[in-house]
Design a binder for this molecule. Structure first.
Ligand code: ATP
Length: 213
């Protein structure tokens, strides 16, 4: 089974990488595909150009077997809808099962995504969560949890699609916006993201509006 991890990755950081590894090892996935979005649908647009965000993901995942970068959303251009991404993966890999990795925040808004029912026809959901964390309030999501939640990765692996697994992951208080803010203030985000990514950011002068290198 392939884990699909979409995001702006503006830039990618250890919060993304460690949680993806927790899921890959905890659930027993063959690989995790990091898919940087081209155009954001639910949030403001990324600051760094798509090809630079893609390159940062490439640099970040290089040391980890099973981590793969996938540029299909960037190649497709325009708004990036998850349902289109999953449909194209399904077409390309008809025999591989797919599961979509989501943070609890993203899962809370899942009912308002574009074609959530179709997404569940194409993939499972793995919700990366903090133990003891409050679940979503949306009654549509509560219903979905009641009907589709499984409690073990074995149960997930036994189904083709449409199941939901809550997977506890390491909690790292790191966000891309925090990293961008540090850089913009002329401070270093060292130890929040891989050194190779920071080197790339510095070489390209990314995320600095007020400060020169
Ligand atoms: P920003 O600060 O710009 O909003 P971000 O750090 O949240 O960015 P995204 O690329 O938007 O990064 O996130 C992609 C996915 O990674 C989302 O599902 C998000 O919930 C998850 N994610 C981001 N940071 C962490 C973290 N520290 N721990 C676990 N998951 C994270």
């Amino acid at each position: 089974m392939i884990g699909v991890f979409g995001g702006t990755f503006d830039p990618i950081h250890f919060g993304h990488l460690r949680t993806a590894l927790d899921v890959m090892q905890g659930v027993g996935l063959e690989e995790i595909r990091f898919i940087p979005l081209h155009g954001a649908v639910h949030r403001e647009q990324p600051l760094a150009a798509a090809d630079l965000r893609l390159e940062m993901v490439r640099l970040a995942i290089r040391p980890q077997a099973g981590f793969v970068v996938d540029d299909r959303e960037i190649q497709r251009a325009g708004d990036s809808y998850t349902v289109d991404t999953l449909a194209s993966l399904r077409q390309e890999l008809p025999r591989r099962r797919l599961c979509l990795l989501l943070g609890m925040d993203a899962f809370s808004g899942f009912a308002d995504w574009y074609r959530p029912d179709e997404i569940l026809e194409l993939a499972h959901l793995i919700v990366m969560h903090r133990p003891g964390e409050q679940g979503p309030e949306d009654p549509r999501i509560k219903r979905l949890i009641e009907t589709s939640r499984v409690s073990t990765s074995k149960q997930l692996l036994a189904q083709d699609h449409g199941s939901i697994l809550f997977q506890p992951v390491t909690q790292l208080e790191i966000s891309a916006s925090k990293i961008r803010n540090l850089l913009d203030q002329g401070r270093t985000p060292r130890f929040l993201l891989p050194a190779a990514v920071l080197q790339f950011i510095e070489n390209k002068g990314l995320y600095r509006t007020n400060h020169t290198k």
